[in-house]
Structures are given as structure tokens and as C-alpha cells.
Design a protein around this ligand. Structure first.
Ligand code: SAM
Length: 232
């Protein structure tokens, strides 16, 4: 699978993709990640990509042309139009099911905004306007990194054994993952549950299932359709 990210801060993202699971997946040739400098596509020879908002208001807005040109250039490079995602606090909320769907796209291009946001015509051109949560960041780079990592984990072979993604939170519907323990057996008075030391795989599986639902009910009752405030 191929990811292209368009940003005014390419140097910020490259290091993030050079560690851990993403680095290994790139090494194995399971994914490709290309980071593009938006300023290279500016109509202005000085690389200016923003301008004042029509209708007035504080701050600057990113012009549409560089984003359109970047998508055109990526389309030419790969020989087909990628699936284009604009990172935006005004977008649809990113969820694990969406990541599974996006992992099937083959080529994904992520457009990062800055300043007061991006000219709305870019949202019209994009296939999806995507928000990573109900808060506002200063730019689309962290959201793009989040989307790349979450989607890449859904590409078969990227997570060591594909099974380990299948036991993660949200993988099989609205349920969190089960709690994990490792050495030491007792730490500051807290003991590893006995059942995990029993070697009885059936009991362990039942315990984990129960614990996953307990955590979901305790921390995210909203996932179960309950309206208890998780952070009273
Ligand atoms: N004025 C915009 C609004 O009210 O929605 C916020 C602009 S924000 C300061 C600048 C850029 O950060 C956005 O264009 C977007 O690319 C990115 N961004 C901020 N919050 C985001 C979020 N929750 N999800 C995805 N991208 C976000």
C-alpha cells in the first residue's frame, strides 16, 4: 500500500515513519510512504501557500491550487488517482472500521492543513474529510501520522502476526482490548491474576473476554450504547 502526505513541514513527519512497525513494514516493502512539500506546488515562486480569508476574519487560509497540483502530480506519478483525504477538525470522525476500509484503497493521499484551515474547495475535491477527534490541533501533520499508522496496521503482514491486531481494542466491534500483564508476578503489592499463570487456555480466554467487557463498561460505556458519563 502507498501513502502520500502533503504538508508544509515534511521534515516533521519523516522521522516518525522511520521507527517501529512502520519502519519494518517499509523495509519489507509492505507499505511505501512519500512525504511531499506543499510549497513545491505553490503558484507563487516564493512558495507562499496561504492568503487572507474572503469575508474577513483573523489568520490566514491555505490556498487551493497547491493541494490540487500536488494531487495531480501524485496521480501522474502512480498512474491512477489516489484516494484523497483532507485532515480537518470539520471532518467525519476517524474510527477503526474506517481504517480497515482505507487499508483496501491501495493508494492514500493525505492533505495537511495549517493556519486557520484550508480553502473549502479542497474539501470538495477530496474523497473524505477526516477528523481524528473533537479537538483542534495546529496542523494536519499529527492527524496524518495517526491515520497512516492506524491504516498501515490493517495491511496484512504489517503487525507481526495479524492475529495480534485482531485482539486489539475496536478491532472486532465496540469493545476494548483485554488488560495485559508481564513480569514481575507481584509488583508493589499488585498481583498478576492467578488464572494467567494456570496454563489453562480455555480459562484464560474466558477471563480475558470478561475483562475486556469490564473495561469497556468501566471506561467507555458509550460504546455499549449506555449514556453514563465516562469522566464524571
Ligand atoms: N479553523 C479550523 C476549524 O475551526 O475547524 C481549524 C484549523 S486548524 C488550526 C489547522 C489544521 O489542523 C486544519 O486545517 C487541519 O488540517 C488540522 N487539524 C486540526 N484539528 C484537527 C483534527 N481534530 N483532525 C484532523 N485535522 C485537524
Amino acid at each position: 500500500m502507498r501513502f502520500d502526505i502533503v504538508t508544509i513541514y515534511p521534515e516533521m513527519l519523516e522521522p516518525f515513519f522511520s521507527f517501529g512497525v512502520l519502519w519494518a513494514a517499509r523495509e519489507k516493502g509492505l507499505i511505501e510512504i512519500h512525504v511531499h512539500d506543499l510549497r513545491a506546488f505553490a503558484p507563487d515562486p516564493r512558495g507562499i501557500v496561504d492568503d487572507r480569508p474572503y469575508g474577513g476574519g483573523a489568520g490566514m487560509v491555505m490556498r487551493p491550487e497547491p493541494f490540487f497540483r500536488a494531487v495531480d502530480a501524485i496521480t501522474r506519478e502512480i498512474g491512477e488517482r489516489p484516494y484523497v483525504v483532507l485532515l480537518s477538525a470539520q471532518g467525519k470522525r476517524f474510527r477503526q472500521e474506517m481504517a480497515k476500509e482505507l487499508a483496501g484503497k491501495g493508494a492514500l493521499t493525505l492533505l495537511c492543513g495549517r493556519y486557520e484551515g484550508v480553502d473549502e474547495r479542497v474539501a470538495v475535491m477530496a474523497d473524505l474529510e477526516l477528523s481524528i477527534g473533537d479537538y483542534v490541533l495546529a496542523g494536519g501533520e499529527l492527524p496524518a501520522a495517526v491515520v497512516v499508522e492506524v491504516v498501515a496496521r490493517m495491511v496484512p503482514g504489517v503487525v507481526g502476526r495479524y492475529r495480534s491486531a485482531a485482539t486489539d481494542s475496536f478491532f472486532a466491534g465496540p469493545r476494548l482490548g483485554y488488560p495485559q500483564y508481564t513480569r514481575p508476578r507481584v509488583f508493589r503489592g499488585m498481583k498478576v491474576p492467578e488464572v494467567l499463570l494456570s496454563g489453562n487456555h480455555e480459562r484464560i480466554a474466558r477471563f480475558r473476554e470478561r475483562e475486556a467487557w469490564r473495561k469497556t463498561l468501566e471506561n467507555r460505556p458509550d460504546l455499549l450504547g449506555l449514556s453514563i458519563d465516562p469522566d464524571p
